[in-house]
Design a protein. Structure first.
Lengths: 427, 939
């Protein structure tokens, strides 16, 4: 089984230095790109590879790049590539692994991607708490400059690129790509409406592509080995491997790079070693806190961008959170809702006002103060905070665990209300 | 309804409608008269999609029955768009938005100053939400003291972000922001303190709830429906912004914006909004004075009735007969004087109406009429009038300024001389970058945030040449700090750059100003709608001449849409100038050598225009003086007879703004039988013979006389309908149809319901009855209200289209015809280069939005924001004088010696010092003039 993304990663040890990275084949893809491929050819290869964005939405990466106006259509002035390394989705830590474990891989992926859209400047927008990643990325960027992979005339080509590591001030909404751009500009981190899309009017009003760290880390390998190779890594129609992760009461919580389309069951039972003794699996959030619950009956679903939606959830970041049989689902959901209510940017009414209300209701239920009519208010919110009704995707994501919890664990909510307290705590 | 531009068909709830291309669905729906609720959208601030209140259902096509919710304000109205406002899901969602907003709202309407004219109330009712389901505690905020103009009650906030968008994005303010996030976002200042922006008062109207309300208004809380209101015109500066003045119990309570698509549109400045309080000043005159003694109507006590409330002293009610007797006595005395006088000189005023000035002119005769301006001011305003009336370039309206694409500002510190011009320029500099964004990125003009993100605050070319730093430096591509003469020379060099054939270069063609002028001229030459701004504030005719030359050069270069904007000193400077009188200095001369023994002064405190010696000389050398004014000042003190006149709030008349637009203001306070308009008093004085017959009785009469007499002013009649044009039953009511306690108001005096006061001068009535709302001509709009729309947001119901002209066209009459067939040669006379003299810097005038205009300075709220006098000097001068900021120096200008604290002004042009003109504690100096500055030695 090939693990291109994590092949260089040695957990708990220093990441590969530039020399080591080069020895393992690093920067060879870049050399090939800057010496012989036109930007459009790079984009075409990435399109062919079927690479889909790993930030959560699963948008085809090559297609996204192709929206950047090029050639005669291109507005004058700079253009930007941004690596979204904000990774504040609860339960998600895959980008951290990649950045801490093999920073040059991200840097190379960014240079190639930047070349494809002819970006002049690249930013790594890094989560505030990722100190170690910051240190390692900064070192890698410095090494890349020194080696001529960054700066003027990269590898003696006509292409030049500046790269900066920008550490976020620490808000979940900064991961939303347009809020990220505002934050990077020094403004309040509130999302922007689309259209215009960032590819047309992004950072500082210039064409910009925002890609997730994992997405970008795939790029050097696609360029080194070709689209066909990349597709062959996957078990499904969408190519590549995927960083999967599991947290919760399993025997071996952690991350694994596996073929795209590995089933949920294999990830949980084989790689994570199954549930810890005495704990049963009650449900799981497949891709971070803003995805709908899956339950036992969905375990044989392949974890990919097309299969998971068919069973009513999203692959999201591909890092699961397990709800076990000894944890109160109401408290579990409450914990997430509090997070989302607090992280609302405050721009649009449904999210700013709706989420705190929902969180208070769930809190009341959890504390035994629930009322029968509460459930219908909660259900209304699951509809009222749907995509298109709120300004950005934060609120729709925030109600996904709630809406599926109301479906799969409704009984628990009802018992809380009827028994005026948490049956789990009483037990 | 005729609309310009392409028309698109959209379907609302399955019926087809034609709407103007390029609008969004909310704009289109409101224009069509639908009741679609909204909060964050504002017709001038446009769409941001934050509140989600304007949700509608949008369908892909005819066969789509499911549709999807979309925000009306963020969805373009394109050909064939199908939407439903009535869709149950959309309605439920809109009600839900209100429910969310109400979660933390205090529901304190009964004690909220916004109550009854609150957009949140209206939208709540419109959405149908009424039942509170949340049982949780509300979040609360601390309020701030934001100075004399605004209350701050943050708990009422619904987080629509309008305030911060207006304050920062639209008007360039810096000391106000949105803080924190999620459900505790906070709108205010970093710390307590007066809001710095001179446009802060607009938050009263911009904020859809009771967070920002009018502070002076709160002193005597009154509901909107209990206010007596009338359309009026601001007296604060020469721009003539349209306002609605509101009265209760004989006092003016507040001023609100009155939309005029050609002039102020949605906004006012704080001088205009809060300056009205001079009307209620303690210094108001209520009775005639003869030889310094009040003529008190028989049977009236003179105690101050409402003085306890901080109002102005007013005589206790006296009978009509007694009051009539007082008027007759005063008039008889004045007539005796006039009949006995050899020659009476009439000194008018640029702050008095056209009618009052004209009345004075006909009382004393055209040869004895003085327009009340100093010779400098007289020449400047006369020249301005000439330039805009006969030059080849049109004088632009304020609204047109917003659309100019390259601007050159010569000498004017706009925020302090014509405040709203600052706001208009802030919009003008956005037009070009936004047009590019629209073209290149297809960002519709209403998509405010996308526009701003795409343009990144990029600004179109604005060039500024002033003696000292000014507010618009932050939006200028380049600011130049020059003496008045050098500003004129720069402008002349710009004219040369545009038309090197027609204009001579500056003496010494190598003058470095030519290099600068090359850039400016080049930029103006590339503009579609270039604009040149100048004015009277530096007292320089050379600047005006050169500004006119730049405009003429642009016209010659084929710029059909080139424009001029000349800022005049006062609200009716243009109107006074059109009457063609002599200047104040000539009037003094007439008194000294021309045999005049009587002066009649109308609404002009001459100490603000004459040096102390000349002022005294005037009164010493005339035998008789009759002064008409509304407040006690040095001039009324010296008069033999003082007649108490009505302010703009108690009388009606016409002002001509800087553009040449005649605009009518209407009385809103029922005038006392004694206090009346100057033109009325003067009518009484001019009656021939000994009887009671007078020259004119009503406003219609005098306007008709003016139109016959003076062709230049003939059009003022069409500024608004006259009383005669509107039948009694169609008079516009000054009271709302909901006015409460109509009969109770006077119950303490009489149990009978007195008949409403008669108003023979205007097409308005002191009553709640009259013309149905839909039939009111735009010049007579007395309040902004429509069924279901109780707040100022009802304005869309008065407009032909959202943001467009008022139904039936915007009010006002332009007195100057089209520029197309005018030709005028270039002016000549270019000053020599300014030679700085470090020992005698040239003192130039600097003005302050709060303080430099004498009437608004009497307002209690405005007075809190008035700086005290100072002298501005350059850092170099401070160094050589060895003085620090705030230290006192002795300043000698002409023969005046003052001790003033120093303000070190970085950026003040070399060789200049600045003196604040018009501040209450600043005597008249007559600037510019060389000054001597000495460090004060310790006493
Ligand atoms: C509230 C919110 C938070 C997000 N946080 C992240 C994040 O931390 N990292 C990330 O890569 N994408 C995040 N996204 C998704 C981004 O908006 C964007 O889709 C992504 O960066 C695109 O990259 P991709 O195409 O490579 O997936 C978030 C989206 C939302 C709505
Ligand atoms: S849904 Fe609205 S309030 Fe919530 S984060 Fe997005 S824009 Fe902000
Ligand atoms: S203070 Fe008023 S204008 Fe500002 S956000 Fe709140 S409700 Fe809107
Ligand atoms: S800009 Fe002038 S006319 Fe307009 S409100 Fe202010 S003072 Fe009045
Ligand atoms: S008015 Fe449309 S979202 Fe606020």
């Amino acid at each position: 089984m090939e693990t291109p993304l994590t092949g260089n990663i040695r957990p708990d040890r220093e990441p590969p230095s530039l020399k080591e990275y080069e020895k393992s084949g690093g920067y060879r893809a870049l050399a090939r790109v800057v010496s012989g491929l036109a930007p459009a050819e790079v984009t075409a290869i990435v399109k062919d590879s079927t690479l889909m964005g790993r930030g959560g939405a699963g948008f085809p990466t090559g297609l996204k790049w192709s929206f950047v106006p090029m050639g005669v259509d291109a507005p004058p002035g700079p253009r930007y590539l941004v690596a979204n390394a904000d990774e504040m989705e609860p339960g998600t830590f895959k980008d951290r692994v990649l950045m801490e474990g093999d920073p040059h891989q991200l840097v190379e992926g960014m240079i190639i991607s930047a070349y494809a859209i002819q970006a002049t400047t690249a930013f790594i927008f890094l989560r505030a708490d990722y100190d170690l990643a910051e240190k390692r990325l900064k070192r890698a960027v410095a090494e890349a400059y020194e080696a001529g992979y960054l700066g003027k005339n990269i590898m003696r080509s006509a292409y030049s690129l500046e790269m900066y590591v920008h550490v976020s001030a620490g808000r979940y909404i900064c991961g939303e790509e347009t809020a990220l751009l505002n934050s990077l500009e020094g403004k309040r981190a509130i999302p922007r409406a689309r259209p215009p899309f960032p590819q047309v009017s992004g950072l500082f009003g210039k064409p910009t592509v925002v890609d997730n760290v994992e997405t970008l880390c795939n790029v050097p390998h696609i360029l080194a080995n070709g689209a066909e190779w990349y597709k062959s890594l996957s078990l499904t129609a969408i190519g590549g491997t995927k960083m999967y992760g599991v947290s919760g009461r399993v025997n071996r919580p952690g991350w694994w790079e596996l073929p795209m389309g590995t089933t949920v069951r294999e990830i949980v039972e084989v790689h994570a070693g199954g549930m810890r003794p005495g704990y049963a699996l009650r449900g799981l959030l497949p891709g971070g806190a803003s995805t709908d619950f899956l339950v036992e009956q969905h375990l044989d679903t392949p974890m990919d961008f097309t299969s998971i939606p068919k069973v009513g959830s999203r692959m999201g970041t591909g890092t699961m959170i397990i709800l076990d049989g000894k944890t109160c689902p109401v408290a579990f959901v409450l914990n997430l809702l509090k997070f989302f209510a607090h992280e609302s940017c405050g721009w649009c009414t449904p999210c700013r006002e709706g989420l705190p209300w929902v969180a208070r209701i769930v809190k009341a239920i959890e504390e035994g103060q629930g009322e029968a009519r509460d459930l219908s208010v909660l259900e209304e919110h699951c509809v009222a905070l749907a995509p298109g009704r709120t300004f950005c995707a934060l609120a729709p994501g925030a109600v996904e665990p709630l809406q599926s919890a109301l479906k799969y664990f409704r009984e628990d909510f009802e018992r809380h209300i009827k028994e005026r307290g948490c049956p789990w705590r009483a037990a | 309804m005729p609309l310009e531009g392409r028309v698109t068909t959209i379907y609302i709830d399955n019926l087809p409608y034609g709407v103007k291309d390029g609008q969004n669905l909310l704009q289109a729906s409101l224009t069509l008269g639908f009741n679609l609720p909204y909060f964050c959208w504002h017709p001038a601030l446009h769409s941001v999609g934050a509140c989600r209140q304007c949700a509608v259902k949008v369908f892909k096509d005819e066969s789509d029955t499911r549709g999807r919710l979309a925000m009306g304000c963020m969805t373009p109205a394109t050909e064939g768009t199908r939407l439903s406002i009535e869709d149950p899901e959309a309605k439920a969602f809109r009600a839900g938005v209100i429910e969310w907003l109400m979660l933390n709202h205090p529901h304190d309407c009964p004690i909220c100053d916004e109550g009854g004219e609150c957009h949140l109330q209206d939208m709540t009712v419109m959405s149908g939400h009424n039942y509170r389901r949340s049982r949780f505690r509300k979040r609360t905020h601390l309020n701030q003291n934001l100075g004399p103009f605004l209350n701050h009650e943050m708990n009422r906030c619904i987080q629509c972000y309008r305030c911060v968008r207006f304050y920062r994005d639209y008007s360039g303010g810096r000391d106000f922001n949105v803080f924190a996030s999620h459900d505790s976002v906070y709108f205010g200042r970093y710390e307590d303190g007066a809001l710095e922006s001179p446009f802060s008062g607009n938050l009263v109207e911009v904020c859809p709830t009771g967070v920002f309300t009018d502070k002076p208004f709160k002193e005597h809380p009154t509901r909107k429906w209990d206010l007596q209101t009338a359309p009026s015109v601001c007296t604060g500066c020469s721009l003539g912004c349209n306002i609605i003045v509101a009265e209760r119990y004989g006092e003016v309570r507040r001023v609100l914006n009155r939309y005029n698509a050609d002039v102020n549109r949605y906004f006012l400045c704080d001088r205009g909004r809060y300056g009205f309080d001079f009307v209620n000043s303690q210094r108001r005159l209520r009775l005639p004075l003869v030889d310094g003694r009040e003529l008190v109507p028989e049977g009236s006590a003179t105690q101050a009735l409402s003085a306890t409330e901080g109002g102005s002293p007013r005589p206790a009610p006296a009978s009509s007969e007694a009051k009539g007797a007082v008027v007759r006595r005063a008039v008889a005395r004045a007539r005796d004087i006039l009949h006995g006088s050899r020659r009476a000189i009439g000194i008018g005023s640029p702050r008095a109406s056209v009618e009052s000035n004209y009345a004075l002119r006909s009382l004393v005769g055209p040869d004895n009429f003085c327009d009340g301006m100093t010779s400098g001011e007289h020449r400047l305003v006369g020249m301005m009038k000439d330039i805009v009336a006969s030059g080849p370039v049109r004088s632009l309206s304020l609204a047109e300024v917003e659309r100019a694409d390259v601007v050159l500002v010569l000498g004017e510190d706009v925020v302090n001389t014509a405040p709203l011009l600052d706001l208009a320029l802030r919009q003008a500099v956005r037009t070009r970058p936004e047009a590019v964004a629209e073209q290149l990125l297809r960002i519709p003009l209403w998509d405010d945030r996308a526009k701003r993100e795409a343009t990144q605050g990029k600004q179109g070319p604005l060039f500024v040449a002033t003696p000292y730093p000014v507010s618009i430096d932050d939006i200028a591509v380049k600011s130049y700090r020059l003496s008045p003469d050098d500003i004129a020379r720069l402008a002349q060099a710009v004219a040369y750059a545009i038309d090197p054939e027609g204009i001579a270069p500056l003496v010494g063609a190598a003058d470095p100003l030519h290099v600068v002028a090359e850039t400016i001229g080049g930029s103006l030459g590339l503009a579609a709608r270039p604009l040149v701004i100048a004015g009277a504030s530096l007292g320089s005719e050379a600047i005006l001449r050169a500004a006119a030359n730049v405009a003429t050069a642009l016209a010659k270069a084929g710029k059909k849409d080139a424009g001029l904007f000349l800022v005049a000193p006062e609200a009716n400077s243009m109107g006074s100038a059109l009457l063609g009188g002599m200047s104040l200095d000539e009037a003094l001369e007439a008194v000294r050598t021309g045999g005049a023994d009587t002066v009649v002064v109308v609404e002009n405190d001459l100490t603000s225009r004459l040096k102390e010696a000349s002022f005294r000389a005037l009164f010493d050398s005339t035998k008789h003086s009759i002064v008409l004014d509304f407040f006690r000042n040095r001039t009324t003190e010296l008069a033999e007879i003082v007649l108490p006149v009505a302010t703009f709030a108690e009388s009606s008349g016409t002002f001509v703004n800087n553009e040449g637009r005649a605009q009518r203001f209407f009385e809103v306070v029922n005038p006392d039988e004694i206090v009346s308009a100057s033109w009325k008093w003067l009518g009484l004085l001019s009656g021939r013979g000994t009887g009671e017959e007078i020259a004119w009785d009503t406003l219609d009469d005098i306007i008709a006389r003016i139109s016959e007499d003076l062709p230049a002013l003939a059009a003022i009649g069409s500024a608004a309908p006259g009383a005669r044009d509107v039948p009694q039953v169609h008079r516009v009511p000054r009271d709302s149809h909901r006015v409460s306690g109509r009969t109770a108001n006077v119950a303490s005096l009489t149990v009978h319901e007195p008949p409403p006061p008669r108003d023979l001068d205007t097409p308005l009535s002191y009553s709640m009855e009259g013309s149905p709302r839909g039939r009111i001509p735009s010049s007579l709009i007395a309040r902004i209200w429509a069924p279901r729309w109780n707040s100022v947001q009802a304005l869309t119901r008065f407009q032909e289209e959202v943001g467009g002209p008022l139904k039936g066209g915007d009010p006002g009459a332009l007195l100057f015809g089209p520029a197309s067939d005018r030709t005028r040669a270039y002016f000549d006379g270019v000053p020599e280069a300014f030679a700085p003299d470090p020992r005698r810097p040239l003192a130039v005038a600097i003005r302050h939005v709060f303080g430099s205009e004498p009437l608004s300075a009497l307002s209690r709220s405005v007075s809190e924001r008035i700086p005290s006098r100072y002298v501005g000097i350059t850092p170099d001068a401070a160094r050589s004088l060895a003085v620090a900021d705030g230290e006192r120096v002795e300043v000698t200008v002409r023969d005046l010696r003052m001790e003033l604290p120093v303000r070190i002004m970085a950026g003040l042009a070399e060789g200049l010092c600045a003196l604040p003109e018009g501040l209450p504690d600043m005597p008249y100096v007559g600037l510019p003039a060389p000054a001597g500055i000495l460090k004060r030695t310790a006493p």
